[in-house]
Design a protein around this ligand. Sequence first.
Ligand code: GLU
Length: 227
Amino acid sequence: MCGIVGYVGPKGCVDLLVDGLRRLEYRGYDSAGLAIHDGKEIRVLRSVGKLGNLVAALKDHPLQGSPGIGHTRWATHGRPSETNAHPHVAGPIALVHNGIIENHLHLKRQLVEQGVKFTSDTDTEIIAHLVEREAKSGHKLLEAVRRALAVVEGAYAVAVLHRDEPDRIVIAKNSSPLVIGLGDGETFCASDIPAILPYTRNMLLLEEGEIALLTTSGAEIQTLKGD
Ligand code: GLU
């Protein structure tokens, strides 16, 4: 168990994401990280240990912007380290994940055979590369995430950013919780209600097998199967 927080809206979201991650600390974690779209690029910062370490790293490497995603990791594949901490990046994609990918060996072997270079020992990085592959073949982020997850077996809650679609976050879930918070011109997501409760009381639970497009105007929810 660990935590995800996301924000899309007009405000810079770094403090809000760190605050949300603090409210999820009770779930346990060994490292933490953020990916923030600064209007041009996605910037990532990760650190091992307590959230205070991430806050200290932010002083040296400040991040600014929106949308953004934050994560606290409880390592299942790959030791706790900065390179194994989330978010994981593949080309224009940044992704955070709660859960375990059961068919990770098979998927990783396929990707390595296709020439993909891995920078971590996590199961999660596989999903980032799968989404990148779908995006490269012309799919917009929502469809790219849907197609990537179609080959993934296991438990997941994911939140994904695309450098070239800076107005949105795509989230999806299977056996790991995710809630959506609807604000006034801003939209939130998190692993649990307390993370975003200070910002909105208007919440939806993402159901099993659902994928959602989060923008400043709200959430468009579909099934992962596309029906
Ligand atoms: N399995 C992933 C990893 O080891 C995610 C763990 C989690 O849920 O924090 O990085």
